[in-house]
Design a binder for this molecule. Structure first.
Ligand code: PGA
Length: 251
């Protein structure tokens, strides 16, 4: 009922030329199958190249960040309408690397998520706990706090237009993937949080798992009942491994 989404988060990798090369290589693997949505999240400067190279395919292009205002004196920022004009489908917001290294706050996300929806962009909102929070039994508190704050200004009837990515911070880029039990438990919990605001939207909202997903562990993770896809970092940088994960999701 929920179409899975496999999204590749390239982080600060690939020039425009390298991005085009990737899309040219991956496209033939995506033809014909459409049981999963496919997203690529390139750096801003490579975004137009990916949009162009992906033209006519089912690849959706997402930015890795955006500011909430539409224009103004905000040096260094990119607005929702600029992304839309460049052909983006949406934007990742609240990635833990942005929270950790660039001071992204839940208060900022409470503005960004509705701004994306208002512009007609699909936000992929990242949430997740640190290793210490998990060890101290604070995972659910952290997720509840992030969901409550980051989605506070989203109308309950629109919650399913947001894609949520549960990414335990200890699993990102470490090769230590969450166990299927950990991923299922956390994502079912997030779905229950959405259900507190709208049962109907909770059934429809897509919740991805992210953190050291690769072609080997994808089948088990994507087979979990509440996991609706994956946000893939390292393994999305090579066409072969990315295409293999998409194929696992039925794409
Ligand atoms: P990873 O990154 O797959 O390299 O762990 C995931 C992410 O940061 O979205």
């Amino acid at each position: 009922m929920r179409t899975p989404l496999i999204a590749g988060n390239w982080k600060m990798y690939k020039t425009a030329a390298q991005a085009q090369e990737f899309v040219d290589a991956v496209r033939p693997h995506l033809d014909g199958a459409d049981a999963a949505d496919v997203g690529i999240c390139p750096p801003f400067l490579a975004l137009p190249a990916v949009v162009q190279a992906a033209g006519g395919s089912r690849i959706q292009v997402f930015a890795q960040n955006m500011y909430h205002a539409d224009e103004g004196a905000f040096t260094g920022e990119v607005s929702p309408s600029m992304l839309l004009a460049a052909g983006a489908h949406g934007a990742v917001v609240g990635h833990s690397e942005r929270r950790q290294h660039f001071g992204e706050t839940d208060a900022a996300l409470a503005l960004k998520v509705p701004a994306a929806l208002e512009a007609g962009l699909t936000p992929i909102l990242c949430i997740g706990e640190t290793q210490a929070e998990r060890e101290h039994g604070e995972t659910e508190d952290k997720l509840r706090h992030q969901i409550q704050e980051d989605l506070a200004e989203v109308d309950p009837d629109r919650l399913a237009q947001v894609v949520i990515a549960y990414e335990p911070i200890w699993a990102i880029g470490t090769g230590v993937v969450a166990t299927p039990e950990q991923a299922q438990e956390a994502i079912a919990f997030v779905r229950a949080l959405i259900a507190e605001r709208s049962r109907e939207q909770a059934e429809q909202v897509r919740i991805l798992y992210g953190g050291s997903v690769n072609a080997e562990n994808a089948p088990e993770l994507l087979g979990l009942p509440d996991v609706d896809g994956a946000l893939v970092g390292g393994a999305s940088l090579k066409p072969d491994s990315f295409a293999a994960i998409v194929a696992t999701a039925g794409g």
